[in-house]
Design a protein around this ligand. Structure first.
Ligand code: GSH
Length: 197
């Protein structure tokens, strides 16, 4: 059985949501970021990691793509133009959503106090709002890449949820409604239920 290293409140949520969508059972090793437990699986102490038999894999996006490829779902096949477009969307989300939220987190609680520059957060919030407006314009089908759900949907919704938790201004109304629709999925709710347990 897969083991997901990291708690539901971390980026490990993305991997759990994907596993739920795939119908794959998993155990959670609820290791806090930078803990000794997390370092057993990733020397940097970052979570998530995934234990698949003898292999330990790191980085939420790399893990999601690995699982999607392996199980042949939630991704366009590797080596196709559709996959290149899907990857472009994924990498754009990493640059323009995840990185902005992460920068805000670093200047809120991750960095030592004397290295935090809280004033940067207003600029990050404005940048995130611009990115969210751009994404809203690109929404065409029920999912980011059209008719089929894929890995970028999970990353985008997780980041939108994170932005709410971090006190960022509400995203564009259309994007917010789209994210709310994805939160109704059974797979999403199953992970949330683990959070509540
Ligand atoms: N790009 C990585 C980022 C992982 C990451 O930074 N995770 C956070 C928790 S959500 C962490 O472990 N932070 C501890 C640190 O950066 O030292 C991913 O998507 O998995």
């Amino acid at each position: 059985m897969y083991k997901v290293v990291g708690g539901v409140k971390s980026r490990a949520f993305r991997v759990m949501w994907l596993l739920e969508e795939l119908g794959q059972p998993y155990e959670i090793i609820d290791a806090a970021p930078r803990s000794d437990e997390a370092r057993k699986y990733n020397p940097s102490g970052k979570v998530p990691a995934l234990v698949d038999g003898d292999d330990v894999l790191t980085d939420s996006s790399a893990i999601m793509l690995y699982l999607a490829d392996k199980h042949g779902a939630l991704t366009a096949p590797a080596g196709t133009p559709a996959r290149a477009r899907q990857d472009a969307m994924l990498f754009w989300l990493i640059d323009e959503f995840d990185a902005i939220l992460w920068a805000a987190a670093k200047h809120s609680f991750v960095f030592p106090k004397d290295q935090r520059v809280p004033v940067i957060k207003d600029s990050l919030k404005a940048e995130f709002a611009r990115s969210a407006a751009l994404l809203a314009e690109r929404l065409e089908g029920p999912f980011l890449m059209g008719e089929e759900m894929s890995v970028p949907d999970i990353l985008a919704v997780h980041c939108i949820n994170w932005s709410i938790g971090a006190g960022f201004p509400a995203v564009d109304e259309r994007l917010g409604a789209w994210a709310a629709g994805l939160r109704k999925r059974d797979a999403f709710k199953a992970v949330r239920a683990r959070e509540a347990a």
